[in-house]
Design a protein around this ligand. Structure first.
Ligand SMILES: [Zn+2]
Ligand SMILES: [Zn+2]
Length: 172
């Protein structure tokens, strides 16, 4: 479900590889494995989830490389951070540019909203307050279509937080 609404894996992977090379960073085995894993991730992931996955799947122990690479990817606009209510930040692949994320609190599916007219729509308020805006952050949360359909049939399934199944297994 989430995979459909995120940036295409292969395109993201290829563009990030090019951007890394252009920034002078070497193509090391751990970096390639981290990017491969991220490009295949179908749901928002935490840094620790990447650490555990690479250790278990490939025997690569590279916590500091993962954290540094995530910082770089966020700074360059290739990942965006999802601010979850329980303080566990997760990340989603994006293409650089202005956008907002809509996050389903039931299943964790994310949608990128790139059509943003927020500043235009509140311009009268901004004018009235004599405030010059230089940027904004906004994250939308709610329920995706498939989850609303499930909950309409069975309200008992309403979860207590986002992406419960994945979340339970990734806590250190
Ligand atoms: Zn959902
Ligand atoms: Zn915006």
């Amino acid at each position: 479900m989430a995979a459909q609404t995120q940036a295409a894996d292969a395109v993201w992977r290829e563009r990030v590889a090019r951007a890394l090379a252009e920034s002078g960073q070497r193509r090391t085995v751990p970096r390639q494995a981290i990017l491969d894993w991220m490009a295949a991730a179908g749901a928002p992931f935490s840094a620790e989830q990447v650490v555990v996955a690479l250790e278990q799947q490939q025997g690569i122990s590279s916590r500091s490389t993962i954290y540094r690479l995530i910082d770089w990817l966020v700074a360059q606009g290739w990942l965006t951070r999802i601010y979850n209510t329980d303080d566990l930040h997760t990340y989603v692949r994006i293409q650089p540019g202005h956008h907002h994320m809509a996050v389903c609190t039931q299943c964790g599916a994310t949608q990128v909203i790139s059509d943003c007219a927020i500043e235009e729509s509140i311009q009268p308020v901004l004018t009235a307050t004599n405030f010059e805006v230089h940027g904004h952050m906004l994250e939308l949360y709610g329920l995706c279509g498939p989850c609303r359909a499930v909950l309409a049939r069975d309200p008992q399934q309403r979860g207590s937080g986002p992406i419960q199944p994945e979340r339970a297994s990734q806590q250190p």
